[in-house]
Design a protein around this ligand. Structure first.
Ligand code: CU
Length: 141
């Protein structure tokens, strides 16, 4: 199927959905179970498809500071806004970033979001959007 299934099957730790905190441990500082990696200026895979109710885990697999920031006008109308740092709007996320790198995902750590509404979700990394660091989550029924 998709990457999620592959990773879940290949990993020796617990299920993807609960990997965010418990399975990764506090001291290791190395994300081992995730759906989308973040490199120098890319999300990999750039597009991922999940089912309603599933959680996507992003991991900063590189050395730079990255964000996961939804395009507020490019997610389903009924969907909650999402961004690393937990900002309630894209404007707040951008302000937060500009005011001391708020919302960044440290190297080796993860951010996750559960998608409850089907549709297409476009998102980007605030500092690296000019380098083309954008991604998409497709949520199906
Ligand atoms: Cu980035």
């Amino acid at each position: 199927m998709n990457r999620r299934t592959f990773l879940a099957g290949a990993a020796t730790v617990t299920a993807v959905g609960v990997a965010g905190c418990s399975a990764l441990g506090g001291g290791n500082n190395e994300a081992t179970d995730y759906d989308v990696g973040m490199g120098s200026a890319f999300f990999r895979p750039a597009e991922i498809e999940v089912s309603v109710g599933e959680t996507v885990v992003w991991a900063n697999t590189g050395n730079r500071r990255h964000t996961v920031t939804a395009y507020e006008n490019q997610i389903p109308d009924d969907a909650d806004y999402f961004s690393s740092g937990g900002f309630d709007s894209e404007a707040d996320a951008v302000d937060g970033w500009q005011d001391g790198f708020g919302g960044y995902i440290e190297s080796g750590t993860t951010y996750e979001h559960t998608f409850e509404i089907p549709g297409d979700y476009h998102y980007y990394c605030i500092p690296h959007e000019p380098e083309g660091m954008v991604g998409k989550v497709v949520v199906t029924e």
